[in-house]
Design a protein around this ligand. Structure first.
Ligand code: KG4
Ligand code: ZN
Length: 342
């Protein structure tokens, strides 16, 4: 079954053709990053308009690359939640129009479930697993039992990990998007140079085990105070005046990675899962990939990451999960709505 997937939840316009949920025939991602960079983050109105300009061309290219005509497509999968509402509506409307014109089945897909599914596309999964979805908008752990079936175990109390990377990048004058730039600068820094805090949930006062959870706002504030020299009222120094920027980047990254590794392996132990899946933009992070792989192995477990192209937003993961929904007989009607929430 050839499924055409469409993704437009944030600032990438993407379309892909995937056969039988696994064989990626094409995957086109058109990034709007340059349009948003001058504002230091995604501007929803600009994102919506750019999706509108790009969407049909992106779909055409996905079909071309796959070597297929629209007439050969068997079904449509489109991200319908969560995301920026004006952005979601563009992809959703395009998918509905194609489904209606060609009389094709349509399914709406949850973006977070699709990120987790991405970690199973290249290496098939035949046992339940823990899934860490770690991106610019989300940082959460799930007990993953099958494509699209996952129970949330923990989330972040405040920022997503990718958001923290983006904010620290901005403090260091590295520009937007920050994650890859902080990671690159961190390569030349010492991860032990500065002892930034790692959030650890406390056990309940009446006893029992500590809950699972993430928090990155304290860490972000600690970076800010480090840069200002502990003076709350001091201005943040200009990037050129930050002598230890590489050490800050490396020590910050280490604190994020340590929290992610610790919580993920705690969840795997509590749920007795051998495999941990990691997906979302921050799953591109080399230090996270290395440390989690080593720590998982030491605990008798296995960490699996998608290739970097399928960690960040893409439509192959939407088409892939869409196949499983369609094959199970699921159909959405043309009144399917978009939602900013999962
Ligand atoms: O999954 P994604 O493309 O979009 C969302 O659904 O949010 O993730 C984007 C996020 C951004 O915050 C970006 O800074 C972060 O992933 N990111 C990274 C790296 N590559 C992307 N963070 C740390 N290290 C990286 N190498
Ligand atoms: Zn995403």
């Amino acid at each position: 079954m050839h499924v055409l997937g469409i993704e437009s939840s944030c600032d990438e316009t993407a379309a892909a053709v995937v056969t039988d949920g696994r064989e990626i025939r094409s995957s086109i991602v058109e990034s709007q990053v340059e349009e948003h960079a001058v504002f230091g983050g995604v501007v929803p109105e600009i994102a919506g308009r750019s999706h509108l300009a790009a969407i049909l061309g992106v779909v055409d290219r996905a079909l071309d690359d796959a070597g297929l005509e629209l007439a050969e497509i068997d079904g449509l999968a489109v991200t319908s939640r969560p995301g920026l509402i004006g952005s979601l509506l563009v992809g959703l409307s395009a998918a509905k129009a194609i489904a209606w014109a060609r009389d094709l089945p349509l399914v709406g897909i949850d973006h977070i479930q699709a990120h987790a599914y991405a970690a199973t596309m290249e290496t098939p999964l035949d046992e339940p697993a823990i899934a860490l979805v770690v991106s610019g908008g989300h940082t959460a752990l799930y007990d993953y039992s099958a494509p699209g079936e996952q129970r949330r175990l923990a989330t972040t109390l405040d920022d997503a990990a990718g958001e923290a990377f983006d904010k620290v990048a901005s403090m260091l004058g590295l520009g937007y998007p920050g994650g890859p730039r902080v990671a690159q600068l961190a390569e030349t820094g010492d991860p032990r140079a500065i002892a930034f805090p790692r959030y650890r949930p406390k056990p309940p006062v009446d006893g029992g085990v500590a809950p699972l959870g993430f928090s990155f706002s304290g860490l972000k504030t600690a970076v800010l105070y480090h840069l200002r020299g502990q003076d709350a009222l001091a201005p943040t120094p200009a990037p050129a005046d930050i002598a230890d920027a590489a050490d800050v980047a490396a020590s910050f990254q280490e604190a994020v990675v340590d929290s992610l590794v610790r919580m993920t392996l705690t969840a795997a132990e509590r749920e007795d899962r051998r495999v941990v899946l990691v997906a979302g933009g921050v799953a591109c992070n080399r230090r996270l990939r290395e440390k989690l792989a080593v720590a998982a192995r030491a605990a008798g477990r296995e960490a699996r990451f998608p290739s970097p192209a399928y960690c960040t937003d893409n439509a192959a993961m939407i088409a892939g999960l869409g196949y499983h929904r369609l094959a199970a007989g699921h159909r959405d009607a043309l009144d399917l709505d978009a939602s900013p929430r999962s």
